[in-house]
Design a protein around this ligand. Structure first.
Ligand code: ZN
Length: 327
């Protein structure tokens, strides 16, 4: 548009009714958001299986666009919605920065470093971290096949960020014992990983035959062979459920049995997880599921799509509800 026409167009907006002004504002907002690849991914992922977030009905009609996203109307309850309605991203602002934020997550940046990189306040990146991770934290594989390695690791318990503590805060510099399994200081996290690198994890209340059973049995393929380090609870669980299992007594120095049975992949996963978590300087235990999900998504095997898109899909097109609730 030539400058003179543009000047005229701007002048003519003064004659608009309030309603016309509103419509034009939405159009303009939409036009400035269409270049946003994250919103395009959100639209694409949701459109594969659209359903009403209010009543779950699957017959929905496209109903214009709003703020760069497709709007729909449910043919049952007649309510309008977008792919983000009732998701953790609903109501978050600065959508033009979401793409850069997801890249910062992929790079594992802390709240402050991510805020610096993308140019928002660190309160924003703190909020976003847990909003973006709420769904990935719940999305876990439903089936582990073949040789499945299982082992627990212990993450330091932290009440960081909790306003009321049941016990006095640890003084800075005083540390929990560096080893051990005391549940006052350490949270047991079970990780199970098969040889195609499909990985699941669960925070256990304690390591018992029952919690192992609740965690592992629903996701083990019936042909799977479970490898473990000989913890007695595994024997009890295997006896009760009849699952096939092999013990690898790391303590006896025999770390690989028959050339294939070992738990080195899962132990390597533990060390990558813990090494990666060091940058966060102690993770609040109540947020630990989010960090475990973050790590799982970073390690997703041979994914055809990148980390940002998988996070988006977990939010607007979840793969279904999974059996691995916490135990
Ligand atoms: Zn509906």
């Amino acid at each position: 548009m030539n400058p003179r026409d543009f000047k005229e167009l701007r002048r003519s907006t003064q004659e608009l009714t309030p309603q016309q002004r509103h419509i034009l504002a939405e159009d303009l907002q939409d036009a400035t958001q269409t270049e946003n690849p994250v919103l395009a991914q959100i639209d694409r992922a949701f459109s594969e299986h659209p359903r009403c977030p209010h009543c779950q009905y699957e017959h929905v009609a496209k109903w214009g666009r709003v703020k760069g996203l497709q709007r729909y109307r449910c043919e049952a309850c007649r309510r309008q919605f977008t792919p983000l309605t009732n998701t953790p991203l609903s109501g978050l602002r600065k959508r033009e920065k979401w793409g850069a934020y997801l890249e910062a997550m992929e790079d594992g940046l802390s709240v402050r470093k991510a805020a610096q990189r993308i140019g928002v306040n660190h309160k924003t990146t703190f909020l976003w971290r847990h909003r973006f991770l709420a769904c990935p934290a719940k999305e876990k594989p439903t089936l582990l096949r073949g040789i499945v390695e299982s082992d627990e690791t212990f993450i330091r318990r932290s009440r960081k960020g909790e306003r009321y503590m049941e016990r006095p805060a640890r003084k800075r510099g005083t540390r929990a014992p560096n080893t051990g399994t005391d549940p006052n200081h350490w949270v047991p996290v079970l990780v199970a990983r098969d040889r195609s690198a499909v990985t699941t994890d669960v925070i256990l209340s304690e390591v018992t035959a029952q919690t192992l059973k609740n965690t592992l049995v629903p996701v083990l393929d019936k042909e799977a062979v479970l490898c473990h380090d000989g913890l007695p609870q595994y024997f009890t669980m295997a006896r009760e459920t009849g699952i096939a299992h092999r013990t690898v007594y790391a303590a006896h120095g025999k770390r690989v049995v028959k050339g294939i049975f070992h738990i080195q992949n899962v132990n390597a996963y533990h060390s990558r997880l813990k090494g990666w978590m060091e940058r966060f300087h102690g993770v609040a235990t109540r947020y630990l599921p989010n960090y475990l999900g973050w790590r799982r998504f970073l390690e997703h095997p041979s994914a055809p799509m990148g980390f940002p898109e998988r996070i988006i899909r977990a939010i607007v097109a979840p793969a279904g509800h999974h059996s691995l609730a916490g135990t």
